[in-house]
Design a protein around this ligand. Structure first.
Ligand code: O2Y
Ligand code: MN
Length: 592
């Protein structure tokens, strides 16, 4: 694809502007062909960014190792640069868009010197979907291009779809210009000058300094959530941090669920669940992001805007997620996992017994006696969705799949029961808005600390969270068939710190209850926090679990929860919808 064939006028002008400013040595217009990928990968291997894994064990797969300072999304360097601070709201880091652009123009000046700038057209959503959106990423990272090829519909097809339409502009640089003749390093980054800046009004993302994951693959969190959530607000749809699964009962009835959990709470495991109950089938539409629109029939339809998975490796095994393990047998890029002596990959939790010797993600000799981890806790695999053995037959259906239930959940070792059902759409919005979770390694921060993460969108909502709550409430309209809303917690622990619920494939037992509630079957009791399953409503055949403890509602703990929530909600001031205020008051009253 030579410059002449780039038809979009805006795109041509933008490329020229960025070229003049960032001064790359050359421009590569990404077409998305196999041959192009082969050349990019070869160059990455030469640069030592990628190591080819043993083709006999892991065909066409590679290992990348980042620097220790560039291993995760960095939320405190992620900015929403809306026109006013009020529009970004209290949950986002706001900067004035003009000031931010001035700072960034300074950093981007000459930042691609002696590097190639890749022009990456990509489409979020199936190419033939009315809900698909095209973006262009300009990046000086070939590692980013190789990953985006797996995670998006990248190249000529996206550019053809774009035509002369407006598009989302994503500009990215690792921020390391090279002097003439200077040798490059295997993982260039400039984390002292890190900025992941979003301009929701003009639909732009400018990211500088990181080459890792969500900071650099701007298709994912930056576009498909932060910018798209703002588009959803403007256009009447929802861009959500949700997996999508199809579940078929032994009777052959199929229902789709969307489910929202904070980062690294097992979304990929739930999206690819292997049911332990006979006769149940789970099929995966997506594991991280859902774009949802209302259909003519009044039902909510979801598409997965992505074309691949960027999953957490540690903890993934044939026991916890066999479908993920089968997905990553070939054509996979691994980042920050350990390398085995025979050229394969390993990470903590992959096998019960670790190998005798490894090369760690930091490129050091590792043995089971080492005092450091072999793989980084936020190590990742990147792989195309089509390799998932349980990919849903309708995962690329242009209009999406109809959603019957929406599940929210967080990681809480106390207080929050295994599952409950919202009393209404408004109550469900309240439950989702009051989501809390113990933090994990997916983002920098204090691991284990409980934080509010409304709708699991705290780091991903591109505008004021109060307006976001109102947008969700406004979804309920006459003539629409609202999905049922549930709230789950797989992570309750007993006093000895042992998990009360086995999780993983056994989560189908909870999903079965949700399924039955959607069909107006399934036993439940009304509680101060929603409908709870009766003690025998969840099928626990073959399990030794304390259902009483799993469904306990401790009024004293809930009172603390409600009081704390009241204070948290006050941070949204006049933007907090009245109904959420009322629900909080109700909760405080019933737990008094
Ligand atoms: O550390 C990163 O950049 C990855 S974050 C991520 C990746 C895939 C899916 N979800 C997430 C997340 O943080 O929610
Ligand atoms: Mn995520």
């Amino acid at each position: 694809m030579r410059p002449g064939s780039v038809m979009n006028r805006n795109l041509q002008e933008w490329i020229q502007e960025v070229q003049q400013h960032c001064q790359p040595k050359e421009i590569h217009y990404v077409e998305g062909t196999e041959e192009e990928n082969r050349l990019i990968v070869e160059a990455l291997i030469k640069q030592k960014t990628l190591t080819r894994l043993n083709p006999a064990l892991r065909p066409a797969s590679f290992l990348a190792r980042s620097t220790p300072d560039d291993v995760a999304r960095v939320e405190d360097r992620t900015f929403i640069c809306s026109e006013t601070q009020e529009q970004a709201g209290p949950t986002n880091h706001w900067r004035d868009p003009r000031e931010m652009k001035e700072t960034l123009l300074g950093l981007f000046r000459g930042c691609m010197r002696n590097r190639t700038m890749y022009v990456v057209p990509y489409c979020m959503g199936p190419i033939d979907s009315p809900y698909a959106k095209v973006a262009i990423q300009l990046t000086d990272s070939p590692y980013v291009v190789a990953n985006m090829r797996l995670m998006t519909r990248m190249g000529k097809a996206a550019l053809d779809l774009l035509g002369d339409q407006p598009f989302v502009k994503c500009l990215h640089s690792v921020g390391v210009p090279l002097a003439d003749g200077e040798e490059d390093v295997s993982w260039p980054c400039n984390t002292k000058n890190l900025y992941i800046s979003h301009f929701p009004e003009t639909k732009e993302v400018w990211s500088f300094g990181s080459g890792y994951g969500g900071n650099a693959l701007l298709n994912k969190k930056s576009f498909a959530l932060r910018i798209a959530s703002k588009m959803g607000l403007e256009e009447g749809w929802l861009a959500e941090h949700m997996l999508i699964v199809g579940i078929t009962s032994p009777e052959g009835i199929k229902r789709y669920f969307a489910a929202s959990f904070p980062s690294a709470c097992g979304k990929t495991n739930l999206a690819m669940l292997t049911p332990t109950l006979p006769g149940w089938k789970v099929e995966c539409v997506g594991d991280d992001i859902a774009w949802m629109h209302w259909g003519q029939d009044g039902r909510l339809y979801a598409i997965n805007p992505e074309a691949g998975f960027f999953g957490v490796a540690p903890g993934t095994s044939m026991k916890t997620n066999p479908n993920a393990m089968l997905s990553i047998q070939k054509n996979t890029i691994f980042t920050n996992v350990a390398l085995t002596p025979d050229g394969d990959v390993w990470w903590e939790g992959m096998t019960d017994t670790p190998p005798e010797r490894l090369i760690s993600w930091t490129n050091e000799e590792w043995t089971p006696h080492s005092t450091f981890k072999a793989a980084h806790p936020n190590a990742r695999f990147t792989v195309g969705s089509l390799q998932c053995p349980i990919i849903d037959p309708d995962w690329q259906k242009p209009t999406g799949v109809p959603i019957s239930g929406i599940i929210f959940g967080g990681r809480r070792s106390t207080t929050v029961p295994l599952v409950r059902q919202a009393l209404s759409w408004g109550h469900g919005v309240f439950l989702a808005a009051s989501m809390t979770s113990e933090m994990t390694a997916a983002a920098k921060g204090e691991v284990g600390k409980v934080r509010h993460d409304p709708f699991a969108m705290l780091p991903f909502c591109g505008y004021h969270m109060g307006d976001y709550f109102a947008h969700w409430l406004s979804m309920e309209q006459t003539g629409r068939k609202m999905p049922e809303i549930f709230y789950v917690n797989w992570f309750l622990k007993d006093e000895q710190g042992k998990y009360l619920w086995p999780g993983f494939g056994d989560n189908i037992r909870v999903l079965e209850w949700c399924f039955s509630r959607i069909e107006k079957r399934g036993d439940a009791d009304l509680s101060p926090i929603g409908y709870l399953p009766t003690l025998d409503a969840i099928n626990c055949q073959g399990l030794m679990v304390d259902m009483k403890a799993l469904l306990k509602v401790d009024k004293a703990l809930w009172k603390k929860e409600a009081d704390e929530l009241f204070h948290y909600f006050q941070t949204f001031r006049h933007k907090l919808p009245e109904s959420l205020k009322n629900e909080t008051e109700k909760l405080r009253n019933v737990t008094r």
